[in-house]
Design a protein around this ligand. Structure first.
Ligand SMILES: *Cc1c(COP(=O)(O)O)cnc(C)c1O
Length: 380
């Protein structure tokens, strides 16, 4: 039996018959777009995250675009973005007519390195580049970025901080939920994310409630008093009621799922410590959402061949830094991105989900450990 990266069928077995009943209820009331479930999931997410306002939308990429529009990023402005993330983070910057400036990452958490931004900002400005207007932090693989350091830098230079929490809804940082850290926060409900629906979905989270009304207007054709009163250019980026109904069911078990992910991660880390570089131990008051369990190994091809041979899924997030992709070529970079470049050659993500059984996990551990047995010991 193949071991997949995520097992949504196992989750479905756990959630039925509630899931099918919730979807059926939408088929009965027929309010397919912005129906009652949409308001209900927004309220439920506000309670769960502790944020003042949650505005759902069509997907996590739109959430970034809507947030950047709400932050009034001027065309041509520069926005600092990590170089090691999913393309959507930087794509959104280009979609609002701004320019991504790529920064390096920390080698342990893979999140943006605030010290590296500080080291390279002066020479970047000296070269004639404008002062960026803000920074997008990504809680990559579910691990919170260094929000303390980001807030500190942002307050010194007058930036906003937009947190891309597409992979980290439910994580904790400084004792607070991810979703409450940042000027605005976005997330994605793509099926394989820690909180996923059965199609596309996303949300913009406003920790203090500012911009909520503007975001609601932007996602629905710039509506004013109603849909046919258009007070600005918006777009169509609404969550549909079936996806909201699915999310309401999945949110009920999210916290128990996060605990189960934590258990899987702890077991992997026990087994791999001393053999491969493992994800960092979280600080007190901090918890990852474990969207991915990602190790670093020097001879990655040897390990992936061994995993293929026994039918265990794996993934490489990400094989190149974004400024090396054709879409972003020519973008300014802060320094030469040595840490991000090294990560692209070594990262390997293993099956990680709340329903991964101990015997299946042992299969993954055995094949990775034996493939790595002859390799030199790395940090961790
Ligand atoms: C998935 C993801 C997105 C985009 O979300 P979609 O819902 O697929 O548009 C953005 N940023 C990061 C870091 C992601 O992992």
């Amino acid at each position: 039996m193949r071991i997949p990266m995520v097992d949504l069928a196992a989750q479905r077995r756990h959630l039925e018959p509630g899931l099918t009943e919730a979807i059926s209820a939408v088929l009965d009331h027929q309010q397919f777009v912005l129906g009652p479930e949409v308001g209900a999931i927004e309220t439920a997410l506000e309670h769960h995250s502790g944020a003042r306002a949650v505005v759902t939308c069509a997907n996590g990429t739109d959430a970034l675009v809507l947030a950047l529009r709400a932050l009034a990023v001027p065309p041509g402005a520069d926005v600092v973005v990590p170089s090691f993330t999913f393309a959507a983070t930087a794509e959104a910057v280009r979609l609002v007519g701004a320019r991504p400036v790529f920064g390096d990452i920390q080698s342990d958490t893979f999140t943006i390195d605030v010290d590296a931004i500080r080291r390279h900002l002066a020479s970047h400005l000296d070269a004639g580049n404008p002062m960026p207007v803000g920074v997008i932090a990504v809680d990559l693989f579910g691990h919170p970025a260094d929000h303390d350091a980001l807030d500190q830098l942002a307050s010194e230079v007058g930036w906003w901080v937009l947190t891309d929490a597409a992979q980290s809804y439910g994580a904790t940082s400084e004792g607070r939920r991810a979703g409450t850290l940042g000027t605005l926060v976005t997330t994605s409900f793509f099926p394989s994310k820690p909180l996923g629906c059965y199609g596309d979905g996303g949300a913009v989270i406003s920790p203090d409630g500012t911009h909520a009304e503007l975001l609601r207007s932007l996602r629905n054709h710039g509506a004013g008093a109603d849909r046919y009163d258009n007070v600005r250019i918006g777009t169509n980026s609404r969550l549909d009621s079936i996806q909201a109904a699915v999310l309401l069911q999945k949110l009920k078990v999210l916290d128990e799922e996060l605990t189960a992910r934590e258990r899987v991660a702890a077991r992997y880390t026990d087994a791999f410590t001393g053999t491969a570089a493992v994800p960092p131990v979280t600080l007190p008051g901090q918890a990852s959402a474990w969207a991915q369990y990602t190790i670093r190994c020097p001879r990655r091809d040897a390990v992936t061949e061994a995993l293929d041979a026994v039918d265990v899924a794996w993934a490489v997030h990400y094989r190149s830094v974004l400024p090396d992709q054709a879409a972003f070529s020519g973008s300014p970079i802060l320094g030469s991105l040595p840490v991000a470049r090294a990560a692209t050659a070594e990262v390997l993500s293993l099956p990680m989900h709340p329903y991964l059984s101990a015997p299946d996990q042992d299969r993954v551990i055995d094949v990775v450990c034996s493939a790595l047995a002859d390799l030199p010991v790395r940090h961790g």
